[in-house]
Design a protein around this ligand. Structure first.
Ligand SMILES: Cc1ncc(COP(=O)(O)O)c(C=O)c1O
Length: 383
């Protein structure tokens, strides 16, 4: 029987950022992080019903959504979240920028890991903060942070640490002790943690689990802004996000909300509707099937990349993104090389390392196979 995720859906002509960029060219896009799969049917049906109502005035978060989300966090992580802590946002990225600006003053500093999803690199400047990079290192195939280096790089004016877990682009699920090491330093130095956990429902390794940073203890929770959203998992990115910042600390929450006033729009009626269906559990079976399919894509890709001289990738524990090291090819720009051969990957330079490319494998296997074929062809031509 054919897998539902094997179905190719033509996204040309749908104003897709991913597909429009190279429209009219023989280029397969595997860059920006959305998947080429339709959202689960219960979401599509609920949206159709809501659209049929025809009135789309300003909206509030549905009470049921708040309750479902709170229940979900309790069930999954034993995390008791007070609905008062929730700040709804039209996307996680605005939450990153608001987090940078909600403590301290202009000219203070924000620390961000590198390589990193590129809005982390832009958020400090948006809040008129200095940016301090904390480079992660590949230790025997595992991207890790060095606590001594972190301590060394923190300045007296560092007020916020932007954390990404699971970690885009390297696909790591940070273990409890890694999170504890970061949280301990942040508490010591009076630094607020903004923990972007948007990929926490995209865990591919079955023997690993997601630990919300705020679950490390009361003191850490009081020092943490957690950002989550159903948009990555249920492929809702273009719908107008329904993200939520979970902020137990009242003072930080008040400042965060104040920063958002007049600047950040409300969440759309449709995004609330989709989030409700996602968090209600109506799509749980679809979600499991998606993860299985992504595991298959990941394993196939790993096998292929391991077999291609000049390329390597570390094991992807979570997300549908592979961080591929092309440094051994010694070409000026690996992204341009692959683009010239019909594959649009994300340029690693954007994330902080031009020797890398990021490949989005959230697509039918046949598309992934064609991507790999083109990558191989590009390298044959190079010889
Ligand atoms: C770590 C991370 N945060 C945030 C986002 C984007 O979130 P949003 O579309 O809700 O702004 C992405 C998208 O790829 C991401 O990988």
């Amino acid at each position: 029987m054919k897998n539902q995720f094997d179905r190719y859906i033509d996204r040309h002509g749908t104003n897709s950022v991913k597909w429009n960029k190279y429209a009219g060219r023989d280029v397969i896009p595997a860059w920006v992080a959305d998947m080429d799969f339709p959202s689960p049917e219960p979401i599509v049906e609920a949206l159709a019903k809501r659209v049929a109502h025809g009135v789309f005035g300003y909206s509030r978060p549905p009470t049921e959504l708040m309750q479902r989300l709170v229940d979900r966090l309790q069930e999954r992580y034993n995390w008791q979240v007070d609905p008062d802590w929730l700040v709804w946002l039209p996307g996680v990225v605005p939450g990153l920028c608001l987090s940078c600006g909600c403590v301290g003053v202009k000219g203070d500093a924000v620390m961000t890991p590198t390589p990193i999803y590129y809005p982390f690199l832009q958020a400090p400047a948006a809040a008129e903060r200095e940016k301090i990079d904390l480079p992660a290192t590949n230790v025997s195939g595992r991207w890790e942070f060095d606590s001594d280096l972190m301590r060394e790089l923190i300045t007296a004016r560092t007020r916020v640490f932007l954390l990404c877990n699971p970690y885009n682009p390297v696909g790591r699920i940070l273990a409890t002790e890694e999170l504890e090491a970061i949280a301990e330093i942040c508490l010591e130095r009076n630094i607020i943690i903004c923990s972007d956990e948007i990929h926490s429902d995209l865990l591919l390794d079955k023997d690993k689990f997601h630990v919300p940073t705020a679950m490390l203890g009361k003191e850490v929770a009081n020092n943490t802004i957690t950002l989550i959203s159903p948009s990555k998992t249920f492929n809702l990115s273009g719908l107008g996000g329904c993200a939520v910042a979970i902020i137990p600390n009242r003072e930080i929450r008040t400042s965060f909300r104040k920063q958002a006033t007049g600047l950040v729009p409300g969440v759309s009626v449709l995004a609330y509707e989709a989030a409700l269906i996602a968090y209600r559990g109506d799509c749980d079976e679809w979600h499991e099937q998606l993860l299985d399919y992504l595991r298959g894509n990941r394993d196939y890709l790993q096998q292929e990349i391991d077999d291609i001289p000049g390329l390597s990738m570390t094991h992807v524990e979570a997300t549908y993104l592979a961080w591929i090291d092309a440094g051994a090819l010694h070409v000026k720009n690996p992204h341009d090389l692959f683009l010239a051969h019909g594959v649009a990957l994300s340029d690693g330079d954007q994330f902080g390392d031009a020797n890398f490319v990021r490949l989005n494998f959230g697509c039918p296997r046949s598309t992934l196979e064609e991507i790999v074929k083109r990558i191989r062809f590009a390298l044959e031509e190079l010889e």
